[in-house]
Design a protein around this ligand. Structure first.
Ligand code: GTP
Ligand code: MG
Length: 457
């Protein structure tokens, strides 16, 4: 077995090196990320696996801070007139007293680079290109390891990207990758490893295995996330609760249903964040309309639906009963049965309803609560918008994800999916507050069909 590839992540302080590792490792707990400079103080390694095998090791390093002074110092130690080559110059510095003194941080970086097969050089393209950056690159290049510049913050307005590209090309770094470390574009990771493979042709095979494994993982994760959403939607669509017809019972049952659905939605959000390895308060959280991992707008507030452009439907109850349908007849009594029942008392459904609620109430004594389509659409739309944000699709790395995305449009305009319509007539599929009573193959197939639809959207 060949040794895992060793990749150092280097660059100026505060450019997003640790963020890059977190993204590539899918581990929000790796290292410490902060907007302060000099956050990372030591080299820290982590493994990238493909099918359980370590294909590469990534090494986070402290940011370079004082490259100009260090280059001056190395020029003193190994004057250019001696014409010794880059790696020897760096070695001479690493053996000097200052490598554990004044330039300790820089020494850690250069030592790690020398012990690596290649490095990602992370650039904050919002920074102007300054002499300190040129000196820094000079030092890194002297280690004679392939460097792949990773241009971070490319989705910000007013970047200095062109100036950076030119400067990098002038020192021979022509392969450059745009990669927003917090919310990379889809396919960004593949391009990153492919570019690395062009710099390390002998390691191409390992890098391709890594690319394949990452893409398989990503597809599996995406479907798993879509299933999480589909489960929640089936649970909610199937919900039916019978309740006594008096106002007090109705009110408290509706309130309970609202609260159960809110909690069910929250479980779905938490599960989605977990599938993608995020925590409620992650960096990513800033880019979602979530407040500490919760949707800011209450699902049952009519304003929430209005903002998404979802019609609450004719006659939908507003206020306290928003989003809940209250049917007159209870479990097992379909409209057809109602008509038959109507016949018993001498009429059809419409004539039956002429007798009014009170008569029916006394006749059946119960009402049945279910959740409006509009709520299901809103639930689906916001979970799908969250999924899009989590998969890093779209370029909305730095601004909050707008809810008016393609996901919302689809859920607003497309016909109601069959799978959800079917769930409506299976109250035993409901798992809002506990496991569904019936997790039959029929329910599983319905969830899967819906999940595929969500994943493909
Ligand atoms: N929006 C956005 N923020 C980013 C991105 N990359 C990094 N950041 C932010 O930039 C800051 C610095 O990120 P770090 O990953 O800590 O940077 P670093 O290079 O490891 O910093 P040091 O360890 O101090 O050298 C943090 O506030 C990150 O949240 C990005 O692609 N997009
Ligand atoms: Mg760091």
């Amino acid at each position: 077995m060949t040794e895992p590839l060793r990749i150092a992540v280097v660059g100026h302080t505060n450019t997003g090196k640790t963020s890059l590792l977190r993204t590539l490792l899918r581990d929000t707990r790796f290292g410490e990320v902060s907007s302060r400079p000099s956050t990372t103080r030591h080299v820290e390694g982590a493994r990238l696996l493909a099918n359980g095998e370590t294909v590469a090791k990534l090494f986070d390093t402290p940011g370079m801070e004082d490259a100009i002074a260090l280059l001056d110092y190395i020029d003193l130690l190994a004057p250019p007139i001696e014409r010794i080559d880059g790696p020897d110059r760096i070695d001479r510095f690493l053996q000097s007293a200052e490598a554990v003194g004044r330039f300790e941080q820089e020494a850690k970086v250069l030592r790690q680079l020398q012990n690596s097969d290649a490095a990602f050089y992370v650039v904050d393209v919002r920074d102007p290109v300054l002499p300190k950056h040129r000196d820094e690159l000079g030092l890194l290049a002297a280690c004679a390891r392939p460097l792949l510049p990773v241009l971070n913050f490319v989705n910000q307005p007013d970047t200095q990207e062109a100036a950076w590209r030119e400067m990098l090309a002038r020192v021979g770094l022509h392969a450059q990758i745009r990669f927003d470390t917090v919310a990379p574009d889809q396919g960004g990771e593949r391009r990153l490893y492919e570019a690395l493979a062009t710099l390390l042709p002998s390691r191409r095979e390992a890098l391709e295995r890594l690319i394949d494994a990452r893409e398989r993982d990503a597809a599996e994760r995406h479907l798993a996330a879509a299933r999480v959403i589909a489960e929640m939607l089936v649970d909610v669509a199937a919900a039916r609760r019978t309740v006594d017809a008096d106002t007090a019972s109705l009110e408290s049952a509706i309130e309970q249903l609202h609260s159960d659905i809110r909690q069910r939605e929250q479980r779905c959000v938490d599960a989605l964040l977990e599938v993608y390895g995020f925590e409620r308060n992650d960096v990513m959280g800033d880019q979602l309309p979530l407040l500490e991992g919760r949707w800011e707008n209450d699902l049952f507030n009519t304003e929430t639906l209005r903002e998404m452009g979802i019609s609450a439907g004719k006659g939908a109850a507003a206020g306290a009963a928003a989003g809940v349908s209250i049917d007159l007849l209870t479990g097992g009594l379909t409209l057809g049965a109602a008509a038959a029942l109507g016949a018993v008392i001498g009429g059809t459904w419409s004539s039956l309803s002429r007798f009014g609620d009170r008569l029916l109430g006394t006749f059946t004594g119960v009402r049945e609560l279910s959740v409006d389509d509009a709520i299901l659409r809103a639930l689906a739309a916001r979970q799908q918008a969250l999924l899009r944000a989590l998969t890093g699709r779209g370029h909305a790395a730095l601004t909050p994800i707008e809810l008016d995305t393609e996901a919302v449009r689809r859920w607003r305009e497309d016909p109601f999916p069959d799978a959800l319509a079917r769930s409506r007539s299976h109250p035993e599929w409901c798992g809002i507050t506990s496991m569904p009573k019936d997790d039959s193959s029929d329910r599983k197939a319905t969830v899967l069909a819906l999940a595929r639809q969500i994943a493909g959207a």
